[in-house]
Design a protein around this ligand. Structure first.
Ligand code: SF4
Ligand code: SF4
Length: 452
């Protein structure tokens, strides 16, 4: 009998609508005539721009150089830089973007590339390669991967956990990657484990991903790998790091700490895939798989998209909007951001594009708190969201922090269950922004590359 592990506190079972997309294969989106490429696509500093209007760029050419704690940005398509503009992206805020008009030949797309023998490379060179190719964590918090590895190495982690639990309603790209690119994912995990001097690798896969588990089991068996598969629950937010590790390690991450405190490095499935592509074939991070779904999309699915493609083009690739679409969301409906400008580009952090109908957004008038306690019961971190909300509304930030404000993982469970439609998570997330600034300061004060 298969044992399925989950987390004990809170969580919800929202209607997930993954059936709209999980059974169809990933397909390649048409290459757009224009790419809008933001020079910041992760949590961290913006890149220094290396091109001007009129510059010719080749596929994968470096166009934005990041400082040591950032991630470089590369041209997703060959072409001519038409202009530089300022854009706002939902996940990364306001930054400069390079507008590239497609022209010329692709050097990597559609080509058979020889795989590099990464095991013969010094570890430090592999980390440098990941930095040079702009790989970031594509599944959770989008930090540059080389920085996360450096912190993990310094902390002496002893286990790599590959996160194959799906991150939110509608999104199924990780399930498809596990089914279709299992070999690359396993290689990506092996590379990360090698870099961290770790032998213990656990694939934590959602118990509803039976086909992915079957393929993974076969792949590990063929390689005679010692990596293990652990099936985890389907309760949301199972993919959040504290809940994932509570299931795998059976230990809580102490308040104010992160996964390194329980000696783990969590690697998202999409990041494992990008790692393998970068290290084996030298491919920079210029594309990603995006779930396009919701009742307002004519042909939902998982699409591999060049970064810089606009939401409008991705939606058109999926048959366009149907009349009942009333809201476009980047990400998932619980934690994502509403997008009002369809010229917004896909970035490294875009996990999903949803077009939701009136019934899917559960629109209702906001009312006063009725003290029902549902938000408290739903919170997987054991917080009291309604109390945090009231403290923040009164301007009592310090008291809110004392009540665990910064432990909030912004999972959105509290807002989802609130019958009064109070935007609990949104308000809590705003109040946490000070903490984020502290994190960025910590990144800037650390030197790169002396640990691995
Ligand atoms: S968003 Fe924060 S406060 Fe709300 S349920 Fe999730 S962890 Fe708890
Ligand atoms: S779920 Fe909403 S109404 Fe109920 S206690 Fe929490 S904030 Fe108040």
């Amino acid at each position: 009998m298969t044992i399925v592990r989950s987390f004990p506190k809170g969580g919800i079972h929202p209607h997930d609508d993954k059936d709209l997309t999980r059974d169809g294969a990933i397909w390649n989106s048409a290459i757009p005539p224009i790419c809008i490429v933001p020079l910041r696509q992760h949590l961290g500093p913006s890149c220094e721009r290396l091109v001007e209007p009129g510059s010719r760029v080749t596929e994968g050419m470096l166009i934005g150089r990041a400082p040591a704690d950032g991630a470089h940005v590369h041209a997703p398509v060959p072409g001519i830089v038409r202009r530089i503009r300022t854009i706002w992206s939902p996940e990364c805020g306001e930054c400069e973007a390079v507008v590239i008009e497609l022209s010329g030949a692709f050097s990597k797309l559609g080509k058979d590339l020889d795989a590099r023998d990464w095991r013969s490379m010094p570890r430090k060179d592999v980390v440098t390669l990941l930095r040079d190719l702009g790989v970031v964590e594509l599944s959770g918090n989008p930090h540059p991967l080389h920085r996360s590895l450096q912190y993990a190495r310094r902390a002496g982690v002893s286990r790599v956990v590959v996160n194959g639990a799906e991150s939110g309603p509608y999104l199924s790209s990780e399930d498809r990657l596990l089914r279709e690119h299992c070999a690359e994912l396993v290689t990506g995990a092996e590379i990360i484990a090698h870099l961290l001097h770790v032998e213990d690798v656990v694939f934590a896969i959602g118990a509803d991903k039976k086909e992915a588990v079957r393929r993974l089991r076969r792949e590990l068996s063929e390689r005679e790998s010692l990596a293990r598969i652990l099936e985890v629950g389907t309760k949301y937010p199972q993919a959040a790091v504290p809940q994932l590790l509570r299931s795998v390690q059976r230990k809580e991450i102490p308040y104010g700490k992160d996964e390194r405190e329980v000696s783990c490095f969590v690697l998202g499935a999409a990041t494992a895939y990008a790692t393998a592509e970068a290290v084996l074939f030298g491919k920079p991070c210029v594309e990603r798989v995006v779930t396009v779904a919701g009742g307002g999309i004519a042909r939902p699915g998982n699409v591999k998209v060049r970064l810089g493609t606009t939401f409008r083009e991705v939606i058109e690739e999926c048959g366009g909007l149907v009349a009942s679409a009333v809201r476009i969301v980047s990400g998932d409906p619980l934690t994502g951001f509403e997008v009002t400008d369809l010229e917004t580009p896909v970035t490294k952090t875009t996990r999903g594009i949803l077009a939701l109908t009136q019934s899917e957004i559960r629109a209702a008038e906001r009312r006063s708190c009725i003290s029902c306690g549902r938000c408290v019961r739903a919170c997987p971190m054991g917080l009291e969201p309604q109390r945090l909300y009231k403290l923040i509304e009164h301007g009592w930030q310090t008291k809110a922090e004392a009540k665990g404000l910064n432990a909030c993982t912004e999972c959105g469970c509290c807002s989802h269950v609130c019958p009064s439609r109070i935007p609990l998570m949104q308000r809590i997330a705003e109040a946490k922004s000070e903490h984020l600034l502290d994190y960025r300061a910590e990144l800037q004060n650390t030197q790169f590359g002396n640990q691995i």
